[in-house]
Design a protein around this ligand. Sequence first.
Ligand code: PA5
Length: 445
Amino acid sequence: MSIKLQTKYLKNFIRDEECKGIAPLISAAHNTLESRNGLGSDFLGWVTLPTDYDKEEFARIKAAAEKIKKTCDVLIVIGIGGSYLGARAAIEFLKSPLYNNIPKDTPDIFFVGNSINPAYLNDVIKICEGKDICVNVISKSGTTTEPALAFRIFKQMLEKKYGKDGAKERIFATTDKAKGTLKELSDTEGYETFVVPDDVGGRFSVLTAVGLLPIAAAGCDIDKLMEGARKAQNAYSKDDNNDCYKYAAIRNILARKGKTVEMLVSYDPAFTMMGEWFKQLFGESEGKDNKGIFPASATFSTDLHSLGQFIQDGSKEIFETVVDFAKPKTDLWLEDDEANLDGLNFLTNQNMSVVNKKAFQGTVLAHTEGGVPNIIIEVENSDEENLGELIYFFEKAVAISGYMMGVNPFNQPGVESYKKNMFALLGKPGYESAKAELEAKLSAE
Ligand code: PA5
């Protein structure tokens, strides 16, 4: 495996005995997952997805990605939550957070439908002027308001530009295989469709067409991504104290000691969106029934200059999980400066990645001395295979961890509350009585 769990910075926080003590809970969670009889067991498709996926559809995804690369300058990816974060995170991590700004032979990619902010959408619409566009609209339910609103706008834009027949060649829909408004609309309009399997929830869907089509369109190798996930599926299939299960155990031990905020840290800005993906995966899976570890994320050393003070010195609920990449994607060589006015000549003949590594080492020592436990996930490098491993590592870990906490890791009942209120306030038919009640609350002093 390219991923290794490093626990040496936990010595002052967790005793070996505690790990032994929690082992029966890990075994119970493993058995529940394996026997598929636990809470949310209708949503376990992701467990075997890396080996058991639709090969015919996988080939169509690659063909669609090639078509997108050939026919458009800009790919608009429409989706929110699990239908957005994985693809964006993977593309930024594998390519660059500056993907749209660097020279390349793949289209620029803009993600919309992940907010309702009109200014952002207007900016993307302006960028599209005079460009050839394709759209990948993604929604498992096919009814989510944010992407549906954005799709309405881009569908009209494409139909105006290319005509109905031309537009349908440029619109790709990823949704349920049989039901939902988006599926009906796609069938009516004749769009090519890809499937979000019934038994794979949104936040576990990055290795389905949801993530794979945009990732492939960005020029990433999705075969390698699946290969890495396959390795992880195999490595974490048994209750044998593997690193994934150990990670789940450690976070549960820490949470029981009041460490209820987990900050996922990396020293690579390209990993920032992976932090967002992680927050959804862990937040929606564990945060229920008044339980859960609050998932946060940070990019260091950037955030050491904002959050660093709090982590080092503030209240002590936080533990950090640092994803440390052994090899940098590229490097910079620091040369001598004769005047040395900045006083940095002590770094002459040094790689910038070495400076970054020292920042990591210095921080881990400072933070652990400040009472912040640090779990380190060592990853060999930043390629597709390693990312596939990492995605599966976190998915399996949160499932085990959620079962250890006694929650259903695969539902998200809390997400519905704001939607009901929003629909009522907007006057959606069927929400009339709630509308009056909510408006009264809003106007109350
Ligand atoms: O994890 C989830 O299920 C949610 O966050 C969804 O991904 C999000 O609400 C988008 O849903 P949909 O794909 O149905 O539009």
